[in-house]
Design a protein around this ligand. Structure first.
Ligand code: RB5
Length: 143
């Protein structure tokens, strides 16, 4: 599976660590930056990641900033993106099972790396339930 990953400076360390673990697990990871711990603006990496998911260049994405909120807000401006912010394993599971989130947003400054990794693994391993949830997510895009 090909996964896009991005972060701002606040998520830089977690992004690199997460990408390394996922590569070891056999995932094909495309890194959209940022490429240093220098302060930068999260939309500059969130928009390219969103575009890659929308166009099918990557199957899904993972985005990190301090709270995860700026990433989620930016990503969800894209009609084809359902970015879910998860801060524990239960939210990681439900944003996939019920919302079929195609991007996972993580709050790098608010959770331990081990928690971010556990959330990511649950999110990747959980199937979308479909049914009534499909009807609901189909109503999300603006007409
Ligand atoms: C950066 O200081 C911080 O504002 C950013 O990482 C993020 O939390 C914004 O949503």
């Amino acid at each position: 599976m090909k996964i896009g990953i991005c972060s701002d400076h606040a998520g830089y360390e977690y992004k690199n660590r997460l990408a390394e673990v996922l590569r070891q697990d056999g995932y094909d990871i495309k890194d959209f930056g940022t490429d240093s711990p220098e302060s930068m603006d999260y939309p500059d990496v969130a928009h390219p990641l969103a575009k890659a998911v929308e166009e099918g260049e990557v199957e899904c994405g993972i985005a990190m900033c301090g709270t995860g909120e700026g990433m989620a807000m930016t990503l969800n401006k894209h009609q084809g993106i359902r970015a879910g912010l998860a801060w524990n394993k239960e939210t990681g599971e439900l944003i996939r099972r019920h919302n079929n989130a195609n991007v996972l947003a993580l709050p790098a400054r608010l959770i331990a790396f081990e928690e971010a990794l556990a959330i990511t693994k649950v999110w990747l391993d959980t199937p979308f339930e479909g049914g009534r949830h499909l009807r609901r997510i189909e109503k999300i895009p603006l007409k």
